[in-house]
Design a protein around this ligand. Structure first.
Ligand SMILES: *Cc1c(COP(=O)(O)O)cnc(C)c1O
Length: 401
């Protein structure tokens, strides 16, 4: 891939008709080193946030050794790139065939579950042809916890309720070498309290089940930074999680794990788009809901934007976007702040698209074509650069929906 100093240089060189995905390897590497050095346990990368092979190699080189995979395709992908990585199959609903292939062909030993049926499936799929049960499984019971402090809920679909957790933990204990409990507080958790609250529930489950627990996995949810979503420093999350973990009724050698997705890759990518048409305060652009901007369309996520033309003079105004397909749902209400005199033919950059953005482009309606370029400038915002005004002062102000 070609390397440029920044997005403006890409526009000057290519005058692209199709969107261009910009990647910033240094930003992903910096985020990974931060988690490796500062998270008080093992931080594994949740591959679904961005399964790009280049990114996975960058994270590995920065010291990320564990990968949270959710499908057999992700297992195969990461295994083909990183033969030595530790893969953890953390989707609580898997097919028996996928479990079997993961265990016997790709060395996966860690699985999550939230029902007795799934436990049964894992036990059967990992039993050898001569009927010998696996003795080396790490099994993590997924608990349902609140998503109230997060921007995107993950509370409805998966996880055993506290009331039903004890029998499942006791049954799982019979079949594993290491027993864990995992949860997900929802994506973009805006306060460390989300984890403290979830860990309280885990503590109650352990007390009731009276089982030995070897792993506490606090899942994903670690935030990135967007307009209106300026979280406390990640160090605060780590400190609160560590304190709650230390107070758990678990074995002295128990491990603390996390599964960050967004926080490791949001700063990795941005995209250059072109304005095809302007209608009042609506800009028709060449990427949208079926491209890298799924979250902007479907959950009204406000990504940061910046104009790439030097001749725009007017102050910023709020704009909404239409994507390129013929679907009315291909609409992003924003508001996105761009110079008032922006017009058809102009380019601008949409930032912080490395997580659940650049990786989600589809080819619907023939608009999937995309070029890529590496740029060396800073992402539009960063949690890792150390130059953010300290938001601790406003710690108690939690922005909720
Ligand atoms: C999506 C997901 C993650 C990553 O979540 P982020 O909010 O991106 O950190 C981690 N673990 C599981 C099980 C997930 O489904």
């Amino acid at each position: 891939m070609h390397e440029y100093p920044d997005a403006k240089a890409v526009v000057r060189a290519l005058e692209p008709d199709d969107p261009v995905i910009l990647t910033r390897p240094h930003a992903a590497s910096r985020a990974a080193r931060f988690f490796v050095e500062k998270f008080p346990g093992t931080a594994m990368y949740a591959v679904k946030a961005n399964p790009s092979p280049e990114l996975i190699r960058i994270l590995w080189e920065a010291g990320v050794t564990h990968y949270d995979v959710a499908s057999i395709a992700e297992v195969r992908l990461v295994r083909s790139i990183l033969p030595e990585a530790v893969l953890c199959f953390m989707h609580p609903v898997k097919t028996k065939r996928a479990i079997r292939e993961a265990y016997f062909e790709h060395g996966v030993r860690t699985f999550s579950l939230d029902t007795l049926e799934e436990l049964q499936k894992i036990v059967e799929a990992t039993t050898s042809e001569d009927g010998v049960a696996a003795a080396d499984l790490s099994l993590l019971v997924r608990m349902r916890v609140s998503s109230e402090h997060s921007q995107l809920s993950l509370a409805a679909k998966f996880g055993v309720d506290l009331a039903d957790a004890a029998p499942l933990l006791q049954a799982t204990r019979q079949h594993c070498d290491a027993l864990g409990i995992c949860f997900h507080v929802g994506s973009q958790a805006m306060t460390p309290f989300a984890y403290v609250q979830a860990l309280e529930r885990v503590r109650a489950a352990i007390a009731e089940a009276a089982v030995t627990v070897d792993i506490i996995d606090v899942g994903g949810g670690f935030p990135s930074i967007y307009p209106d979503l300026d979280p406390p420093p990640l160090e605060d999350y780590f400190a609160q999680i560590h304190r709650a973990f230390e107070a758990m009724p678990i074995s002295y050698s128990a491990e603390l794990w996390a599964e960050p997705g967004r926080a490791l890759c949001a700063e990795y990518s941005s995209i250059i788009v072109k304005v095809e048409k302007r209608r009042g305060d609506e800009l028709y652009i060449n990427d949208g809901a079926y491209g890298a901007l799924f979250d902007a369309a479907h959950v009204d996520w406000r990504f940061p934007v910046r104009a790439l033309e030097d001749d725009l003079r007017e102050p910023p105004e709020p704009f909404a976007f239409y994507g390129p397909t013929c679907d009315d749902a291909d609409y992003m209400k924003g508001p996105f702040m761009l110079p008032g005199d922006i017009q058809a033919g102009d380019y601008f950059e949409i930032g912080m698209l490395g997580a659940y953005g650049a990786a989600m482009k589809t080819a619907f309606n023939g608009f999937g074509a995309v070029e890529g370029a590496i740029v060396n400038d800073e992402p539009m915002a960063s949690l890792y650069r150390g130059d953010r005004p300290d938001p601790r002062a406003s710690d108690n102000v939690v922005s909720l929906r």
